[in-house]
Design a protein around this ligand. Sequence first.
Ligand code: HEC
Length: 183
Amino acid sequence: MKRFVLALMPFLFVACSDSEESNSFQEKGQFIAQESFKALSGELQSAVARGGLEEALNYCKLNALPLTDSLASFHNASIKRTSLRFRNIENKPDSLELAVMVDYSEDLKLGIQPKPRVIEDANHARFFAPIPTKAFCLNCHGVPGKDISEEINMQLTELYPEDNATGFAEGDLRGIWSITFNK
Ligand code: HEC
């Protein structure tokens, strides 16, 4: 499967190299992913402290994308979180993101920890890093009725009628960071 996916996009994957430039895109990408994660999880935790998970859910609905967008303009890059099973259609993966996630899932199945990577073409450097599912995430991304309370489940159905981002278990690949730099 891995080989199949790689074979689909030779021109993009071939461009992936260990050059100094891609190392620096790797470092920049990693830094931005960490900063964005800290910003999002900090906001999430204060929303939980203010008004519990329900408040946090509303907060994410209203602010997750604006927050990553403002970090993106600050860093002069585009910042996206995406998933094979996404909650917000705006986070839908493109074909390269899809291929990277399929690859990461294969890694996990083989017991290998998926690693951040940079894939370049002539005009862009694209950084990807796995987002693992932690126990806390299950409150809103786990199994309804088991990890997700009745109230949260109702709120999810109302806010995201097409929600696909439940049923995850701890350690699953929840999604990826996808950060794009112009060259
Ligand atoms: C309070 C509920 C809540 C918790 C807890 C939560 N999330 Fe989410 N998550 C959301 C909502 C709501 C969205 C959709 C945000 C939007 O509309 O842009 C989302 C979206 C995402 C996305 C973007 C892809 C998609 O599905 O649309 C990722 C990745 C993600 N969450 C990962 C995590 C991780 C990892 C954790 C644990 C560290 C976590 N979430 C904890 C509510 C939550």
